[in-house]
Write a protein that binds this ligand. Structure first.
Ligand SMILES: Nc1ncnc2c1ncn2[C@@H]1O[C@H](COP(=O)(O)OP(=O)(O)OP(=O)(O)O)[C@@H](O)[C@H]1O
Ligand SMILES: [Mg+2]
Length: 245
């Protein structure tokens, strides 16, 4: 098994607050790995450090064999695509153009043709449009979508790249049950053969999607394991799962 993502001793503080306190994590190639934990545990901050939005104070990040510690997001876009907890679509562009941009930014499109949108690129954008259920809104400015539709588009933007490593921050937040279950099926289908790290609050979603789960509490990983092992882990139940009862 090769390792797609390795975090070694990641630490991050904001002023006096230690948000990440020495995170070690290995995600295998092809694995779907969920990151769960209470509000404020540091999950999104960890994604920020992996994706280059913020620099860790300590530690190393190796993705697909490349040390990407502290590299700017645009320098690692071939390796890694990331969606945000809040929607981040280009509101002034049409839905389809948002997906075209994502496909255009991907590594294979750069190899095929730098200037003209290739047939493959157009096909990929349109396939993603169908997959996220927004075909009827192809030419609508993204600003006019509902919140849940914008979340679906966010997801499509991350998945339309061909980055081998995908990070999704609460992809189903704000969706109703039907939308969330469609989004999860899409995530499952489109991350086949890629490596996924997903932050997710919906426990059913996590247990249905993830091969392994890591639990983050107060900036530390307190457990990593299969869904069954995590469900039965006493420390996890006390620290996290118990609190929702
Ligand atoms: N730029 C920042 N400056 C100062 N504090 C920050 C900053 N970003 C995050 N924090 C703090 O770091 C802690 C972790 O935040 P983070 O957003 O990573 O948590 P989270 O696990 O993603 O939570 P949630 O489940 O609510 O999304 C919080 O206490 C937050 O207030
Ligand atoms: Mg968060």
């Amino acid at each position: 098994m090769t390792i797609a993502l390795e975090l070694r001793g990641i630490a991050k503080r904001f002023g006096p607050t230690r948000v990440l306190r020495g995170i070690d994590l290995q995600v295998q190639s092809g694995e779907r790995h969920a990151l769960i934990g209470p509000n404020g545990a540091g999950k999104s901050t960890l994604f920020d450090t992996i994706s280059g939005r913020t620099k860790p104070d300590e530690g190393r990040i190796v993705a697909i064999g490349i040390d990407i510690t502290g590299r700017a997001p645009q320098r690692i876009s071939r390796v890694l695509a990331r969606s945000f907890q809040t929607t981040s679509v280009f509101t002034g562009l049409s839905v389809l153009d948002n997906l075209r941009c994502a496909a255009l930014g991907s590594a294979s499109s750069r190899r095929i043709d730098r200037w003209l949108p290739s047939r493959a690129l157009e096909d990929r954008a349109r396939a993603m449009l169908d997959a996220i259920g927004l075909a009827a809104h192809a030419d609508v400015p993204a600003a006019r979508l509902t919140y849940a539709e914008q979340r679906a588009l966010d997801l499509g933007i991350a998945l339309a790249t061909d980055a081998p490593l995908i990070l999704l921050d609460e992809p189903t937040a704000g969706m109703n049950r039907a939308e969330a279950s469609r989004a999860l099926a899409l995530i499952r289908a489109t991350t086949q053969g890629r490596t996924l790290v997903v932050i997710e609050h919906d426990m059913d979603a996590v247990f249905g999607l993830a091969d392994r789960i890591s639990v983050l509490v107060q900036g530390r990983v307190i457990a990593t394991g299969t869904p069954a092992a995590i469900r039965d882990d006493r420390a996890v139940r006390e620290a996290y799962l118990g609190e929702s009862r």
